[in-house]
Design a protein around this ligand. Structure first.
Ligand SMILES: [Zn+2]
Length: 237
């Protein structure tokens, strides 16, 4: 009986795959049975940064002299025109919520036994309430949820909020991006952050200004430490 049930379930999956094939989010090729998130080729060519193995990595350096961050790392390099850019676009703009969580879970597995496991809680960089309502979800929260599962760390949301609504920053110059982020976040539950090591999570880091703006009010709470993880690291030039 069990054999029959297993057989039927495999057949069901294959049938579903025939009509609704799972696609690789990077190259859009069809995924085969043993390929979970990315296809084999994209998995092999996935532009990992390896930043978590180097405390003086490029993500960490972004914050030097600006805000005291304990550890920082990013999973992969984000390059314009690269097919891996599609992963971020799908998570951020195309409602691929499951992909956000899967990527977070995958990254978390690679971070086991690194200093990132020693945080007390994971908190996503919040969106402004108006933006979140418009999008329907916070992409960083999905990534944080995946990370929290594989790192076995609790995820909290709503301890920090975004008080200023900023327009999309994609077309702004580096100077403008740096200058318009001060005071855009506010801690609303300092008692839950006191003496905690917070792992802040965002989708992409470019100048680090948003993360800096979010980390600063957390660090103003007594006894806190902040580490940072992002899915992607984008070079501005
Ligand atoms: Zn692929």
């Amino acid at each position: 009986m069990k054999y029959l049930r297993d057989k039927l379930s495999v057949m069901g999956e294959s049938l579903a795959g025939l009509f609704f094939p799972r696609l690789c989010p990077a190259c859009s090729g069809v995924l085969y049975g043993n390929e979970s998130i990315l296809c084999l080729k994209c998995n092999c060519e996935f532009p990992r940064t390896g930043f978590h193995l180097d405390p003086a990595n490029d993500t960490a350096r972004l914050f030097w002299g600006r805000v005291m961050i304990k550890n920082a790392a990013s999973f992969f390099f984000y390059q314009k025109g690269s097919r891996f850019q599609n992963i971020i676009h799908k998570v951020k703009y195309h409602n691929c919520r499951h992909l956000g969580m899967e990527m977070g879970r995958w990254y978390g597995h690679e971070l086991v036994n690194t200093p990132f496991c020693h945080a007390d809680l994971i908190h996503p960089v919040p969106l402004h309430v108006r933006k979140q309502r418009k999008r329907g979800y916070n992409q960083s929260e999905l990534i944080a949820k995946g990370l929290s599962e594989s790192l076995s760390l609790p995820m909290e949301t709503g301890l920090v909020e975004r008080v200023m609504y900023t327009d999309t920053q994609t077309r702004k110059s580096k100077y403008e991006r740096w200058s318009n982020v001060e005071g855009i976040f506010r801690v609303i539950h300092p008692e839950k952050l006191k003496n905690k090591h917070v792992l802040l999570v965002d989708d992409v880091v470019t100048t680090g200004s948003t993360l800096e703006a979010c980390a600063a009010p957390i660090l103003s709470v007594e006894g806190t430490q902040v580490s940072i993880l992002t899915l992607a690291y984008a070079k501005l030039w």
